[in-house]
Design a protein around this ligand. Structure first.
Ligand SMILES: [Cu+2]
Length: 279
């Protein structure tokens, strides 16, 4: 603690306040003050869905695709009671980016940190989210991630702590890749000898929504692509992100793609972008 006091003496008042705030919030987190235990009950199941307007089978959670978004604060404990409702295969969920300090058994990697949860069984994941940031979770057995088993995990700064910048709204985007062939077929292809490449994904999804064989931009481009038509209620209808001019929005971006490497771009006339990476 000596170095903190040295810094406090040497720097102006604003700096002292920041140092004190960081010190106190770290102390509060260590003591578990102001933190919450957040309980979730999840069931995994295959279900019919049209992620890209083509009906297929997806691996969802509690009837949702993508799975529910977990929202917590740094220092909170997450408890997920996961019941495997798949009839013929095991399941695990890996919490991508979470350090699992002191809880390696909750990391959700099949045959490494735990045995797969058998059909009909329930496993309780219990772990601490110690750092603020945008994370996601995904299935970690076979190609279950490719089958659609994923969702966002968002950790806000600890109670009483401030974000490093101000913003007026938040847009949470989860990107993924989607194939029309089943995940089992993908797995057999990729692990077969000779190797069989499964090709590029049929669609890219944003928050589980994409459009196969039509383009939202067709109206404005000279390409031969057909224009997508939506009433807005379709499972594949794009999510509309409402923004106002001269406001600041935080975009939380996570990619749970199984194979594709993506670039993300926003087409607007003028936009000021700033990045902040939590240390
Ligand atoms: Cu991962």
């Amino acid at each position: 603690m000596g170095w903190i006091l040295d810094l406090v003496e040497a720097k102006p008042k604003a700096f002292q306040v920041v140092v004190l705030r960081i010190f106190l919030s770290t102390l509060f987190m260590q003591l578990g003050l102001g933190t919450k235990i957040r309980h979730f009950k999840w069931e995994t199941e295959y279900m019919f869905w049209s992620p890209d307007c083509v009906e297929n089978v997806v691996l969802g959670i509690n009837g949702q695709f993508p799975g529910p978004t977990i929202r917590a604060r740094a220092g909170d404990t997450i408890v997920v009671e996961l019941t495997n409702k798949l009839h013929t295969e095991g399941v695990v969920i890996h919490w991508h980016g979470i350090r699992q300090m002191g809880t390696p058994w909750a990391d959700g990697t099949a045959s490494i940190s735990q045995c797969a949860i058998n059909p009909g069984e329930t496993f309780k994941y219990r772990f601490k989210v110690d750092k603020a940031g945008t994370y996601f979770y995904h299935g970690h057995l076979g190609m279950q991630r490719s089958a659609g088993l994923y969702g966002l995990l968002i950790v806000d700064v600890a109670e009483g702590e401030k974000e490093p910048f101000h913003y007026d709204g938040e847009l949470d985007l989860l990107l993924s890749d989607w194939w029309h062939q089943g995940s089992l077929e993908q797995e057999v292809s990729l692990s077969s000898k000779p190797f069989r490449w499964i090709g590029e994904p049929q669609s890219l999804l944003i928050n589980g929504r994409g459009q196969y064989n039509c383009s939202l931009a067709a109206l404005y481009s000279n390409s031969s692509a057909t224009q997508c038509k939506f009433t807005g209620t379709e499972q594949c209808a794009p999510e509309i992100l409402n923004v106002l001019p001269n406001k600041t929005y935080r975009i939380r971006l996570a990619s749970s793609t199984a194979l594709a490497s993506l670039n993300f771009a926003i087409k607007v006339q003028y936009m000021l972008i700033s990045f902040y990476i939590y240390k």
